[in-house]
Design a protein around this ligand. Sequence first.
Ligand code: ADP
Length: 506
Amino acid sequence: MNAQMNANADVTPLNARAQHFISQPRKVLIDGRWVSAKSGQTFDVFNPATGQRIAWAAACEKPDVDAAVAAARKAFDEGPWPRMTPSERGKIIWKIGDLIQTNLEELAQLESLDNGKPIVVARAADVPLAADLFHYMAGWATKIEGNTIALSVPYTPGAEYHAYTRKEPIGVVGQIIPWNFPLLMAAWKLGPALATGCTIVLKVAEETPLSGLRLAELCQEAGLPDGVLNVLTGFGETCGAPLAAHPQVDKVAFTGSTEVGKLIVKAAANDLKKVTLELGGKSPNIILDDADLDTAIPGAANAIFFNQGQCCCAGSRLFVHEKHYDKVVEGVAEFARNIRVGPGLDTRTQMGPLVSQIQFDRVSGFLRSGTEEGARALCGGNRAGTTGYFVEPTVLVDTTNDMKVYREEIFGPVVTASPFKDADADLLRRANDTTYGLAAGIYTRDIGKAHRIANKLRAGTVWINCYNIFDAALPFGGYKQSGWGREMGHDALNNYLETKAICAAI
Ligand code: ADP
């Protein structure tokens, strides 16, 4: 059975502003000015629901990276941003959040068109969460504090000191983001960097450049001084790589695949710049024998199918107590069959296309390999429709822990399900048996057991009786090969601060 493909698509027409935004080749923001790539080259931006071109973006390369980094360097070394009062900075960041809210519909339409995600999701989640992130981080601008420290220096008996720490912005930050939540990933990166007084060169993903460019316009409108935020469009190897390796960049923050994360570390190693990484995942989602299945079944389905499965924290390995295994996997499969798959701009769509031909090919390859290795698709397993990059939501059973589909991040709407006997050490071993450690889920009515298991899961986020709950105040990031550092929450500020210890003899 196939998931339902939306027929007679009731596609939301783009509003005049979104239409205007995509009607001309998009330029990039360097030092407060909108400019073309120095080479004059552009690349096509595609609608993943049709595979057709919707816009053009500037193909920036090293000379553009050099210009953007020089602007950010000047803005940091000489400009007003790191020097203005935290309160003034906070007000501008707050205003960015307000402007995102004011322009919610346009941003949601651009996001849905560009990435393929359902417009109802972009309106309810991506755009409001991005606004909220800026509002949250605006408050931190005035609350970045060091400590006073009492010293006991043994080799200066009787001496007195006044010692304290200052938190200072790290400097020029290169930020490289992916295509799965283009606006929200930009917000997660920009918010803390701006709150701490850093200046930024942001490279958006080549698949989804539109909302990041529109956000840059809103940042200008909010009063961000020239050069504080520079936004580039271009490809990973020709634009991202020179940014990660640039000697004038003090820190690189990257979200994307673990494979590219390792390249970023190598590029940054040359001059030992600071690096934070938010990478892949293969997150376990555990349903215990006492779980409320009316919550757990849709919970497990949403954990994997949300955002077409293109979430680094997707609950892609489902573990179900053997007592409920058949009921749960059939329930998740039934949920999947009823998902309305269609173009993101159709308001009835619950699952859109994958973002690109490359991603479609990658996920299709995993589906083939699953079948070849002996897994069985309880539902899905194929392309949906004949145009665009649609894949059916898929539940794979009869999987073993040596299969590619079980071990590797698929980044598509594909979950592997396995039974377990008891919530014992073996379950924890299996749940933690992955090179990743981004997230995990537990469904149970036993709150004590839930917390005991949560403590033992090697993951940066554990959801209990829920999944995919995000908040600007809640830190997010990974153990093991899922990354370095945390985004959002108070923790995120540390990514962008240096600690200076000052010691005065008094
Ligand atoms: P995916 O494989 O899912 O497209 P990537 O990790 O390749 O995810 O891409 C995430 C971001 O990293 C994008 O902005 C992309 O352009 C960028 N990128 C890809 N390769 C490199 C690289 N070698 N150096 C720096 N950035 C890169």
